[in-house]
Design a protein around this ligand. Structure first.
Ligand SMILES: C[S@@+](CC[C@H](N)C(=O)[O-])C[C@H]1O[C@@H](n2cnc3c(N)ncnc32)[C@H](O)[C@@H]1O
Length: 285
């Protein structure tokens, strides 16, 4: 109904410095949830995403890019994986930059971008390195948007049905064995500290009033439930720190097509976690 409160116009409001959306398109994108739109296992475009143990679909990133940037905007993904963010940027005519620690995923990202979009990504846009050094790679106030999906602690160490299925198909079950890989940190609090340092490093690189979206999921480790999204928000919005973000919203990304497993049955409640969170943060003026 709210759509009727706003006049739809095919024109973009000249005061709109954020995106290229009309009023009606803008309002649609402010819903606090959306359904994940996977590519489908058979899609030729899923070929490279399937190689990685935890990709996100470039179609989901594209949705965020459309709202949080204008054409030509500069976008950073500090955990690039196989390059979904840069691929979405190429399709939407944004300028994508990414950092990825593992040479294996960097190589696959380059191959993917040149074969799927004829985009030859150079070393300035795809940095094969450690995101702890972001401030060495990029200038301050350079980016219009940061979007990323970081490692979720060391949950890929779990030998569950998903890992077993990937191993049977000869696909990787973890990112790397590199000790600088955030997915290899053993202690949860140390992991949270390291991740939040990297994401707070993005603060200086973002232009004032611009946004950062972090795609995360809560998870279980042994029988303990970790509210990872909440723990991360606490770290990134800590007002005692000079650099801290303002929390602007939490969008739920519903994964309704995931298979249900009878965890806990018939003894206790063990959740099928079928959603992720998109934590939306803004750098203040
Ligand atoms: C959840 S995945 C991102 C997947 C990506 N969104 C995609 O669609 O391919 C996290 C990535 O962070 C990378 N990574 C882990 N530690 C890193 C670090 N210190 N610096 C840069 N990348 C790192 C991993 O190798 C992994 O590819």
């Amino acid at each position: 109904m709210i759509e009727t409160l706003i006049m739809d116009s095919p024109m973009i409001d000249r005061r709109n410095g954020l995106n290229d959306l009309t009023s009606k398109e803008w309002v649609q994108e402010t819903k606090s949830f959306f359904y994940q739109k996977g590519l489908g296992a058979g899609s030729p475009e899923a070929k490279y995403e399937k190689m990685h143990p935890a990709p996100f679909s470039f179609t989901d990133v594209a949705k965020l890019l459309r709202f949080f940037t204008k054409k030509g905007g500069k976008v950073l993904d500090p955990f690039l994986g196989v390059g979904s963010t840069i691929k979405a940027c190429v399709e939407l005519e944004r300028e994508g930059f990414g950092v990825e620690l593992s040479p294996k995923w960097c190589k696959i990202a380059r191959k993917r971008l040149s074969s799927e979009s004829k985009h030859k990504v150079d070393d300035k846009h795809l940095i094969c390195g450690d995101s702890r050094k972001l401030e060495d790679y990029f200038n301050e106030d350079f980016f219009d948007f940061v979007v990323t999906s970081p490692p979720y602690w060391n949950i890929l160490e779990k030998k569950d049905h998903k890992a077993n299925k990937r191993a049977q198909k000869g696909h990787a079950t973890k990112y790397s064995s590199d000790e600088m890989d955030l997915g290899n940190i053993k202690d949860y609090n140390k992991f949270l500290d390291e991740l939040s340092k990297i994401l707070l490093g993005c603060y200086s690189l973002l232009k004032p009033r611009k946004y950062m979206c972090v795609v995360v999921s809560d998870f279980r480790h042994k029988s303990e439930f970790f509210a990872f999204h909440a723990d991360l928000i606490t770290k990134l919005t800590d007002k005692k720190k000079k650099k801290h973000f303002q929390l602007k919203g939490i969008k739920v990304l519903i994964q309704n097509a995931k298979k249900l497993f009878p965890y806990g049955y018939p003894f206790s409640y063990v959740e099928n976690i079928h959603h992720q969170y998109i934590v939306i943060l803004q750098k203040p003026e």
